[in-house]
Design a protein around this ligand. Structure first.
Ligand code: SF4
Ligand code: SF4
Length: 307
């Protein structure tokens, strides 16, 4: 797992967010995910380990600092450094953390203690109180670190802070359950109900996700269903109908958010030397969004389109 010696791996802690639950929120992004969604706009969140992002456009000529810091994993034979990512050790990542003068090379992932995370969360309590906001755990998949998630939620609740989690629910139930007593709102992805398509586009099991949804609904967990609409995967009327039917008929959901696909995260794949396997143009079908909202309304749900 991604924690060691009492440290946990974050890849961001975003203050003043208004997109990840009600009011103004601090969003704690934990590294590590069990899915590999082709369209993932945060590919740096998937691995539980620290990673190097390299932006060749920002690299300075005549500079060899990164190669000097990690000579066995970074070559500098030409104008740009060549990174052998498989050879990077934890010590190399420590060496590289503040090495690059131009931010061309950035180490993503910062080990923090629970106390450090909570100190950052508590700092903005006056904003939460005034706006009806709070803290949101996101990722990656926050339930993948069950003890950390439950502890952060419990300590936030004890401090009078509203708690939310953004999850893909692709984890064993025993990872979710410890958090439920400290959770005010779950924002959960319902990507598809078709097992074959889910497997093909995410490398995961739809059944695991749907089973968790059913158990959460049976527990009466306050939930917002979120549906990313991805061309060629689920951005068609039949898939939207199936997903909405499941949310309404099997879960009794009251609120559903449709998230049109965008490609703002593609550049991160270049920075990580990863191939991008989803469409390279965004969702361009306003009729589908109208249909989705109308159909969800017919099923008794409040529907929103979110960015
Ligand atoms: S579940 Fe979210 S973080 Fe994980 S791969 Fe899919 S889109 Fe990325
Ligand atoms: S330290 Fe930064 S600017 Fe210098 S060679 Fe490495 S990536 Fe380029």
């Amino acid at each position: 797992m991604s924690h060691y010696k009492g440290l946990y791996m974050l890849f961001n802690l975003q203050r003043y967010s208004t997109h990840d639950g009600p009011g103004i929120r601090s969003v704690v992004f934990l590294k590590g995910c069990t899915l590999g969604c082709r369209w993932c706009q945060n590919p740096e969140s998937r691995s539980p380990r620290r990673e190097v992002l390299f932006d060749a456009r920002l690299c300075l000529d005549q500079c060899r600092l990164c190669a000097s810091a990690c000579p066995h994993a970074i070559r500098r034979d030409g104008p740009q450094p060549v990174i052998d990512r498989h050879r990077l050790t934890e010590q190399d990542l420590d060496n590289l953390q503040h090495c690059c003068p131009s931010q061309a090379l950035v180490v993503c992932g910062e080990p923090q203690t629970v106390d450090e995370i909570m100190a950052a969360v508590l700092r903005d309590k006056p904003f939460y109180d005034r706006s009806g906001g709070g803290v949101t755990l996101s990722g990656g998949e926050p339930f993948l670190q069950p003890a950390l998630a439950a502890t952060l939620l419990a300590r936030s609740k004890a401090a009078g802070i509203h708690t939310a989690v953004e999850s893909c629910l692709h984890v064993p139930w025993k990872y979710i359950e410890p958090s439920l007593g400290h959770l005010d709102l779950l924002l959960a992805d319902l990507k598809h109900v078709d097992s074959a398509r889910f497997r093909q586009w995410t490398d995961g099991s739809a059944r695991r996700v749907l089973d968790n949804f059913r158990r959460l609904a049976a527990r009466g967990t306050p939930m917002v269903i979120r549906v990313p609409l991805i061309p060629h995967f689920n951005a068609d009327r039949e898939a939207v109908r199936q997903i909405t039917d499941f949310a309404a008929d099997e879960l009794g959901a009251r609120e559903i958010h449709f998230l049109p696909y965008h490609t703002l995260g593609i550049h991160k794949y270049h920075l990580l030397d990863m191939p991008y396997l989803a469409p390279d143009t965004g969702l361009d079908d306003p009729d589908l969004l109208d249909f989705a909202c109308h159909y969800a309304g017919q099923k008794g749900m409040t529907a929103w389109i979110r960015g």
